[in-house]
Design a binder for this molecule. Sequence first.
Ligand SMILES: O=C(O)[C@@H](O)[C@@H](O)[C@H](O)[C@H](O)CO
Ligand SMILES: [Mg+2]
Length: 402
Amino acid sequence: MKITSAKVIVTCPGRNFVTLKIMTDQGVYGIGDATMNGREKAVVAYLEDHVIPCIVGMDPRRIEDIWQYLYRGAYWRRGPVTMRAIAAVDVALWDIKAKMAGMPLYQLLGGRSRDGVMVYGHANGSDIAETVDAVGQYIDLGYKAIRAQTGVPGIKDAYGVGRGKLFYEPADAALPSVTGWDTRKALNYVPKLFEKLRETYGFDHHLLHDGHHRYTPQEAANLGKMLEPYQLFWLEDVTPAENQEAFKLIRQHTVTPLAVGEIFNTIWDAKDLIQNQLIDYVRCTIVSAGGVTHLRRIADLAALYQIRTGSHGATDLSPVTMGTALHFDTWVPNFGIQEYMRHTEETDAVFPHDYHFEAGELFCGETPGHGVDIDEELAAKYPYKPAYLPVARLEDGTMWNW
Ligand SMILES: O=C(O)[C@@H](O)[C@@H](O)[C@H](O)[C@H](O)CO
Ligand SMILES: [Mg+2]
């Protein structure tokens, strides 16, 4: 069997997505997601100029060998661009293999470990009152787990507060918009949100919060400690994780569960956090961490330390990643939770899929493959539109972590 050709499809049904489509001499094709929010064109070039010429003619059944070829053969290994390109190839090849086998991808991985996959949605508001209402809406929609993010008085465009209610797209301008940050104001306000949420809705639902890389380790420990009475499911990205050791300091001060990993791209980024049990959930997902082949290795290492998966699932990950992630989540023994930011109807039309939401869970389908396709004709109607993620500055103008 041979790969006869491959192409990159860039489409922007409300936001940009990059999709790789691999064709074979058996008439079966596979698709993979290669989207990197705000830097999409870098991955397009990497795929078109440095990956596709190498894989045409290869046997698509040799998934592991092609993964190793693209990882070791790059010489300049790892990094978000390289690993997204590898992920796109990997997912497309798993899609092909499952289609050839006539089975949904989760069967190929080892079969079901669960029926439904618990997901969490994103509730946000400009202040505590609005956010409490938004959480109530998600409870009414049947969610068992809800992430809550609020605007903070005195902070311009605090992270996580979207323009709409069900949809949140942070890449909002043709050049990075500038948002503000002030840790003291956030530390004085965020705990009050969770106090109000528990007062209003009790403890029957999982509550999550994303620190989005904003706190120093000591500040993160302080926030984690202040949130303990509210029993969060997790506190995410509470400090930048390049320094994995920083989490030892946080762990000394708080038992609030910690989640990290959506910006990781290989197992090496998470290895020390996992082996020293400095986190409780690993957030790596299909598109950013080298596809099914590599994410399986990360999940297996995490399982040795009773760490569970909590894959990233924002709208800037295409339905191709969501669909593939659901097959992965349906199989993986140490599953924790799946993030689920709903895509818009126009996105769903470009990427027809067989997964569905019901009573706080997502269910992958039984279609052979990962169950997601791309309508190329419709995709062509949405040309690429440059959009950047914002930057964040402190009140004195210091560049900070968005
Ligand atoms: O946990 C999350 O969902 C966020 O961290 C993301 O929405 C993140 O801001 C975006 O994926 C960035 O493109
Ligand atoms: Mg996050």
